[in-house]
Design a protein around this ligand. Structure first.
Ligand SMILES: [Fe+2]
Length: 436
């Protein structure tokens, strides 16, 4: 790698380790490195990638600033590929960016940044098979002696989990956490396995045992608390869910939330949990209001497709019909070309708009309309990104509305879809459903 000296390379490794472990000290580490060694091209690439990972239009200029700095530095062939991939990403050509990272991995299978960014981008496009293929292609080039091995295992675990191969997934995640309890991505991947297999008591114990390590985490720690709340929700412990909502994953007084109250993953956590609670008849008080405020401020930002139906949940829950209209119109405009991203535009049209219309109809007491809007797009929803556990909220809304509207065939169809994803026999799932 291009750097002034070994100290810079070591500092880059430390910053990269923070990124892949989802630690909050990434930016100070990176800032110090860029100041100490402006010749380090990869430091600038990383500084461009980090704002992109916030998935919001307002931070794309910061990403382009990192890109511009990287272009001014001397770069070897691998670094040039990173610069080109970052350029494609900032232009919204996410397919080209992923192809670039895969090109790097073909010759440099231990390039952890390329591996992580391909993994993350495939995840936010709902492409678990590509996540798995990406890590499987390189994993034999890794060994426990290679720094970042645990991060590779975490990616492999999560990729296998999202492909539904829970048995193959679990050992890698547990191994990674055993070696480094501060690897939040591995912690998270195992939490998903336990969620998908309805191993709730194990999930609560797993996350409860690891929570003391989360002090150094970035916003992923909110998502880990969200996962914990999900186990409690499914166990019927609604008071615990609301307490975790206020104290942990939507704590408005926490510095992470204050710094970025509209962060995509945080908004998804919060809106999705409130929707799930309300479908179960729980009074969530005034919690939607601040989420609706954030959603209104962000109308026109389509960089995170999966966040948009969550924004609609908040606007519709608070009766902000005018804002809901504006959100739909802005998304329609983006799908028609205002969003310059060739990767996102078809997703906005095929998945986001139907999901938003369905969510709105549900909230406005038109369950048959919600089913009509969502039914043709159910298979496309995963392209908005997010995990199966996160995506579940949209299908829950679909089933909820289908039951309200007396559309039995739609209920049966959705149940068969759930059962397949969780590797459960349909009959068992139906019994579970019929039990209420
Ligand atoms: Fe998750």
């Amino acid at each position: 790698m291009t750097a002034a000296d070994e100290t810079s390379a070591v500092a880059y490794d430390a910053a990269l380790a923070s990124l892949v472990r989802f630690h909050a000290d990434l930016m100070p580490k990176l800032g110090a490195l860029r100041e100490a060694d402006p010749s380090c091209a990869m430091a600038h690439v990383l500084a461009g990638a980090v704002p992109m990972l916030a998935y919001t239009a307002k931070l794309v200029p910061a990403a382009r600033a990192g890109l511009a700095a990287a272009r001014h530095a001397t770069a070897n062939a691998r670094e040039q590929l990173h610069i080109a991939a970052l350029d494609a990403w900032t232009r919204g050509d996410i397919d080209a960016a992923i192809a670039g990272w895969e090109t790097i991995l073909a010759s440099h299978p231990r390039d952890l940044l390329a591996l992580f960014l391909a993994h993350n981008s495939n995840f936010w496009l709902g492409r678990p098979q590509d996540m798995r293929a990406s890590v499987e292609r390189v994993r034999l080039q890794w060994s426990p002696a290679v720094p970042g091995f645990g991060a590779m295992l975490a990616c492999r675990c999560f990729a296998q989990e999202e492909c539904g191969d829970f048995l193959a997934a679990e050992p890698d995640g547990r191994r990674s956490v055993a070696e480094d309890p501060g690897n939040f991505w591995a912690t998270h991947a195992v939490a998903h396995i336990l969620e998908m297999q309805a191993r709730r008591a194990e999930g609560i114990a797993w996350l409860g045992g690891l929570a003391p390590h989360w002090g150094s985490g970035n916003n992923l720690r909110h998502h880990l608390w969200w996962h914990r709340a999900l186990y409690h929700l499914e166990g019927g412990e609604m008071d615990v869910v609301l307490a975790l909502y206020d104290a942990e994953f939507r704590n408005l007084a926490s510095p992470l939330t204050i710094a970025m109250p509209d962060l995509h993953i945080d908004v998804q956590n919060a809106a999705s949990m409130l929707a799930r609670l309300e479908m179960r008849g729980v009074d969530v008080g005034g919690r939607w209001e601040e989420l609706a405020d954030q959603a209104e401020k962000k109308i026109g930002d389509t960089v995170s497709p999966f966040t948009l139906p969550h924004a609609m949940m908040a606007l519709a829950a608070t009766g902000r019909g005018g804002a809901a209209d504006r959100l739909l119109a802005a998304t329609q405009e983006a799908a028609s070309g205002a969003d310059r991203s060739p990767t996102r535009r078809p997703i906005l049209a095929a998945a986001v708009l139907p999901a938003m219309r369905g969510v709105r109809a549900w909230r406005e007491g038109r369950p048959a309309d919600a089913v009509e809007a969502m039914r043709p797009a159910l298979g496309a929803f995963t392209t908005m990104g997010g995990s199966h556990a996160q995506q579940d909220v949209l299908e829950q809304i679909f089933v909820h509305c289908a039951r309200q509207a007396g559309l039995g065939q739609d209920v049966a169809m959705a149940v068969a879809r759930f059962a397949g994803r969780r590797r459960m026999p349909v009959a068992a799932f139906s019994l579970w459903r019929d039990a209420g």
